[in-house]
Design a protein around this ligand. Sequence first.
Ligand code: FAD
Length: 366
Amino acid sequence: MSETQLKEIITPSNKEVIIVAEQAEGLVQNVTFELLGAGRILADKLGGGKLSCFLLGHNIKQQASRLIGYGADAVYVADHPQLKDYRSLPYKKVIVDWIDKFELPPHIMLMGSSTTGRDLAPRIAAYFKTGLTADCTELDIGSYEHINKMDPDKLGYYPGCLYAIRPSFGESLKARILGPWKNPQMATARLGVMIPLEYDANRSGEIIEVPVNLTETELALEIIEIVREVNQTVNLAEAEVIVAGGFGLGTAEGFNLLKELADCFPNSAIGASRKVVDLNWITYPHQIGQTGKTVRPKIFIACGISGAIQHRVGMDKSALIIAINKDPDASIFKFAHKGIVGDVYSIVPEMIKALKKTKNEEYALV
Ligand SMILES: Cc1cc2nc3c(=O)[nH]c(=O)nc-3n(C[C@H](O)[C@H](O)[C@H](O)COP(=O)(O)OP(=O)(O)OC[C@H]3O[C@@H](n4cnc5c(N)ncnc54)[C@H](O)[C@@H]3O)c2cc1C
């Protein structure tokens, strides 16, 4: 360690990482398990840190033990009819009221960079007058030494800082963003990037009920009806098999053939490169990559996709990547597990024929 003064922003009583769970219609969303996986690593790196999870909703208490199975040491449950659906002001009020009761604020707070997280996280950060890094693709713990004499109050060595890492400068660089002066250090995490832990029913933890005291002010906004857009149902995050198409399809109609291939698998979805989304061949919710979704299916079939880095970062953690491309030098063959050199329009129909033939046989996913 340097000669600069040690700043005790992390103490034994605040080594707590809090994540905020997301639920929709009473169902805990995948991003919660992803955040628990990332939060567990951070809490352990703090040296015996505690991982807590805030769960807000109505009739959701019974789901708290699941969150413990996925890594939480404690679950703060706010179960109330007024919290059934997400609303900015009530959710923020319940969370900050609870944290205000702590002797010291928690060290770290994390949310998903979903619509809910993007709305709630800045409200909480503003309340605590702390920083917030949005849309992180990596999170870590490390130290920071502040040597800039322009900030004499801040000079010092800060251990246990949150390293909030995200693409920057048009997504061409990775930036490590720190806010060591103030707790909680806050970040939202990109969906589908953090890895959930294996569920362990034997894990133990505390379930703590959180009081809900809302005033007229927080309840001013009423939800009359929730209407889900049909194209929001593109469930790339849950699909076990993704068939993705790129510019090599030549036309928007090429996706009809890919849909036929996807339909050969029980739990599948259609993905796309940005180039074809920009051309309006398919809608944005299908886009995979740096400015689209990050996916990790059991099988990813890339059809007529070159494998540009911005696409690759969104899909290269798939368990099995099969690439079909007529150019033997296409970049995608450098990281695909299986490569087929050929025309999509000759290969894909053959695959469909073969898969349909085995339809009545038991189909086991890898
Ligand atoms: C800031 C920034 C962010 C970006 N974000 C994303 C992102 O999130 N996602 C994304 O995908 N891209 C993104 N891009 C764009 C990316 O750089 C590429 O331009 C894009 O991924 C290319 O799409 P493609 O592979 O479909 O097209 P191309 O690169 O044109 O590749 C088409 C491929 O199809 C093959 N082909 C042609 N005809 C056939 C055929 N009949 N059968 C088989 N193969 C055939 C060709 O050999 C070629 O390899 C981003 C770019 C920038 C600058």
